[in-house]
Design a protein around this ligand. Structure first.
Ligand SMILES: Cc1ncc(COP(=O)(O)O)c(C=O)c1O
Length: 379
């Protein structure tokens, strides 16, 4: 017998809804992964490096060539000087970067402020390390942050504030004004920040991503996490990276070297050459904005109400004009009876707050989005 460290955790909703979709042959817009092929140029590069024998351990923080490319990219994009040697680590996806960061900084009794609805890997990582997640609800329906509520929650036990923009599951964006308010709150304190920016390239309608890296007062205390899975449409590669000031990155790497030591070598060489030669991030926003608009056009005549999506590849739809069922039951009914799987938003809240909203992933082929839209119009 063991004492479970996460007694309340069961199978995630993502696995449950995907299994239900498979069982009933439903279109699966539940889990957040691209339903189209990866660029051949990228897979060709992986093959090249596999054949060239880049098959042994990479250096612990990742291959330096890739870290230099990333530092240059971050400098161009967010005007920040990040040391490729000391302040960037290649990770096994953003999930490992988030878990490692929490592992490095959260001690028994610490509190971490986060916002609900929250991506599902945040709170369990805090709890495993004896910390307490302190949830502050984003303000429905625009899912903005109530900074007064954040200020009120800060006390001597508060160790870190976690933010996520573009935001999964809501598609909302943190603004310049948000980051200025965050700056005011943390200035003169020892509070840390974990900023999850895995959807940095996916912002719409001319809006740009606001990164904590662009703010020196925030950057000096922030770990920032990124995912090649999201930015290069290769979620199955579980490769990403994180940045942090050298003093924090030193602690991060102490944990990293004993969790994975280093990450997949051929992928790192291939990603480096791909970024340098093909500039892949430039067109990502345009690519997904077209898909969002196609999905929205295909549900124009439905009874669902659209909650504006400013970034990510998730569209929220409010079904309160259609049914009074709770969102988990409604999502199941939609999968079983109407052939379309989504994710109920209540599962991202600690108290399962139900606003009658479902999340649909539009990182899928056009034909599938049109077919899904047709089905949604019949409800
Ligand atoms: C907000 C957010 N953070 C982190 C991750 C995990 O990224 P990775 O697949 O690189 O571990 C995801 C994946 O869906 C996500 O949506």
């Amino acid at each position: 017998m063991i004492n479970s460290k996460l007694p309340q955790v069961g199978t995630t909703i993502f696995s449950k809804m995907s299994a239900l979709a498979n069982q009933h042959g439903a279109i699966n817009l539940s889990q957040g992964f691209p339903g189209f092929d990866v660029d051949d140029n990228l897979t060709t590069l992986v093959t090249k490096y596999l054949n060239e024998g880049k098959n042994q351990y990479a250096p612990m923080p990742g291959i330096l060539e890739l870290r230099i490319t990333l530092a240059n990219y971050l400098k161009r994009t967010y005007n920040c000087d990040i040391s490729p040697e000391a302040e960037i680590t290649i990770t096994a996806g953003a999930t490992q970067a988030i878990y490692n960061t929490i592992s490095a900084v959260v001690n028994e009794g610490d509190e971490v402020i986060l916002f609900s609805p929250a991506y599902d890997c945040y709170a369990p990582a805090i709890e495993v390390h004896g910390g307490t997640p302190v949830f502050i609800p984003l303000q429905h329906p625009d899912y903005s942050i109530n900074w007064r509520a954040v200020k009120e929650q800060i006390n001597p036990r508060t160790k870190m504030i976690m933010i996520n923009s573009p935001h999964n599951p809501t598609g909302s964006l943190i603004t310049e004004s948000d980051l200025k308010q965050l700056k005011e709150i943390v200035s003169g304190t020892e509070l840390l920040i974990l900023s999850d920016e895995v959807y940095e390239h996916i912002t719409f309608d001319g809006k740009k991503h606001e990164s904590v890296l662009a703010y020196p007062e925030l950057r000096k205390r922030a770990m920032v996490t990124y995912s090649f899975g999201k930015s290069l449409h290769v979620t199955g590669w579980k490769t990403g990276f994180c940045t942090g000031p050298d003093w924090l990155m030193k602690e991060f790497r102490k944990i990293h070297q004993y969790t994975v030591f280093s990450c997949n070598s051929p992928m790192q060489y291939a990603i480096n050459e791909y970024i340098l030669k093909h500039n892949p991030f430039e067109k990502t926003a345009e690519f997904y904005e077209r898909k969002r608009d196609l999905f929205l056009a295909s549900i124009k005549n439905s009874r669902f109400k659209v909650i504006p999506c400013q970034g990510t590849y998730f569209q929220l739809l409010d079904y309160s004009d259609i049914s009074n069922m709770n969102d988990v039951e409604f999502a199941e009914k939609l999968t079983i009876e109407n052939g379309i799987a989504s994710i109920p938003i209540s599962v991202f809240y600690p108290d399962l707050e139900d606003n009658k909203v479902l999340r649909f992933c539009f990182a899928k082929k056009d034909e599938l989005l049109i077919k899904a839209g047709k089905l949604l119009c019949t409800i």
